[in-house]
Design a protein around this ligand. Structure first.
Ligand code: UD1
Ligand code: CA
Length: 484
């Protein structure tokens, strides 16, 4: 296996102007995702492995969407417009036009082949150099070559031409070696070859593949590298293939983590984006989905039925049956079951967010607990405090959001409403059922609720009034009280 080449190639042209009709989508095919990354961004990650001086993306269909996405993921990539899909040869021609002067090696890849690895592309470039080729094409031996271009070899076994499935003879159709659509070209021969292309085929298109026969006609060397991992050459044309590639990519990502010491109890229901990072002895229970920039510390246990997006999980933490986005969960903290952590939640080490609790922009200190049935938005809670069941942090006055501060070691009784903005100091005690609207000083008890009154005999009197006569088996003394 060759190293990534020390000297980069002159350019990579990524073809991304096709129609993608079979996706039946309002979204460009290239923006559909495999393991949390768009098809196009997988393709660009692969392209940069051969260190191109310039990177060109041909755009056409869904141009606005594709260009907006490029602004995010590859702002320096050159965009080449192919206003009409006149074939792969025409698409590469548009790419060359955008490049202007170019000499040396030009690599061509597709935007919709997400599993092609940077290493495979680097190996292709290395073979191209070692063999002194003018064109080097990546091929694969397909069990079912239907739809692909077939590699025609001459008597010496050298690549002579590529014939498209639609244009192939019955004999050619039996060839199993297919064109993966990934090439290294000498720039001058590529340009000359494209200039003389004719749309003399069933699709009436300009085929890039015809440049192979052209190079041979000049007496130049054309080489082929056979890729044994067929997944790397598979493109996405419809959502069935998209799902298959997602599954295979995910299987490989999981396998990688398992070999690095992560326990995955049910690989078939566990999904991990490529961008996620896990430490040793992390344990993933079934139906868990880890997305984006999520990182998980050593020994943390996640799931079952949990989705984390851009979440930092400390070592030894436990998160079960919960949803969290842009949150930080401290070492040894416990979350769930049925918790909903929205952006800006920071749970300190050893803290707890329990069942049916929703948090947002909430800094919850070390060892602090929000165990049951609470809405906790725009809050700062000091370490060691306990928020009783059913507490509401009333952060919204209908116009603006305000913050509630609870100090350290404070105890908020069940069913309290903390009306923001309000500050509750350290070591306070809020009586259950209080509606707190004013600051509570350190060390104080705050009671803010109706005073309890007990009215003896009230029930019996009401029953009498309703029925018009005393209850049949009224307890002793009840009549007298009714007459009071
Ligand atoms: C092409 C190859 C075929 C190969 C197969 C591998 C040609 C003539 N055929 O066939 O030998 O086996 O790929 O997958 O090259 N595109 C444009 N502009 C166009 C046409 C296509 O940008 O005018 C882009 C598409 O977005 C796609 C790629 O080029 O990413 C391939 O195009 P597609 O039409 O799918 O080619 P195939 O018929 O699959
Ligand atoms: Ca295709």
């Amino acid at each position: 296996m060759a190293e990534v080449p020390a000297t980069g190639v002159a350019a990579v042209i990524v073809l991304a102007a096709g129609e993608g009709t079979r996706m039946r989508s309002r979204k460009s095919k290239l923006l559909h995702e495999v393991c949390g990354q768009s098809l196009l961004s997988w393709a660009l990650d692969t392209a940069v492995a051969v260190r191109p001086e310039r990177l060109v993306v041909t755009v056409g269909q869904f141009r606005e969407q594709v260009e907006a996405h490029l602004d995010d993921i590859a702002p320096t990539a050159i965009r080449a417009l192919q206003s009409e899909p006149r074939g792969t040869g025409h698409a590469v021609w548009c790419g060359l036009e955008a490049l202007g002067e170019v000499a040396g090696e030009v690599v061509v890849t597709y935007g919709d082949v997400p599993m092609l690895s940077g290493q495979t592309l680097a190996d292709l470039v290395a073979a191209h150099r070692d063999e002194g080729n003018t064109v080097t094409v990546l091929t694969a031996l397909a069990d079912d070559p239907t739809g692909y271009g077939r590699i025609l070899r001459d008597d010496e076994g050298a690549v002579a031409a590529i014939v498209e499935h639609r244009d192939a003879t019955a004999e050619q159709l039996s060839i199993r070696e297919i064109n993966a659509g990934v090439y290294v070209f000498d720039a001058a021969v590529l340009r000359a070859g494209l200039e003389q292309l004719q749309p003399s085929n069933r699709q009436n298109q300009l085929y890039l593949t015809d440049v192979i026969a052209y190079a041979r006609s000049l007496g130049r060397r054309v080489g082929a590298q056979i890729e044994s991992d067929a997944w790397q050459t598979r493109g996405v044309n419809d959502r069935v293939q998209l799902a298959a590639l997602n599954q295979e990519m995910n299987r490989r990502i999981l396998e990688g983590w398992m070999l690095k010491g992560v326990t995955v109890i049910d690989p078939s229901s566990t999904w991990i984006d490529r961008s996620v990072s896990l430490a040793e002895d992390v344990e993933l229970w079934p139906d868990t989905c880890l997305r984006g920039a999520t990182t998980v510390g050593e020994g943390a246990v996640i799931g079952p039925s949990t989705r984390l997006t851009d979440v930092e999980v400390g070592s030894g933490a436990q998160i079960m049956r919960s949803e969290a986005t842009l949150a930080v969960i401290g070492e040894g903290a416990v979350v769930g079951p049925f918790s909903y952590l929205r952006p800006g939640t920071e749970l300190g080490p050893g803290g707890k967010i329990g069942a049916f609790v929703e948090t947002k922009a909430a800094r919850i200190g070390a060892g602090a607990k929000v165990p049951h049935l609470t809405y906790c938005g725009d809050a700062v809670i000091g370490q060691g405090s306990n928020i009783g069941a059913g507490t509401i942090f009333a952060n919204y006055d209908g116009a603006v959001k305000n913050t509630t501060t609870v100090g350290e070691r404070s105890f908020i009784g069940s069913d309290s409403v903390l009306v923001a903005p309000v500050e509750i100091a350290d070591d306070t005690f809020i009586a259950a059922g209080s509606v707190i609207t004013r600051p509570v000083e350190a060390g104080s008890l705050a009671v803010a609720r109706g005073v309890q009154r007990n009215i003896p005999g009230w029930v019996a009197r009401r029953r009498t009034q309703r029925s018009g006569h005393p209850p049949e088996s009224a307890p002793a003394g009840s009549t007298a009280e009714t007459q009071e």
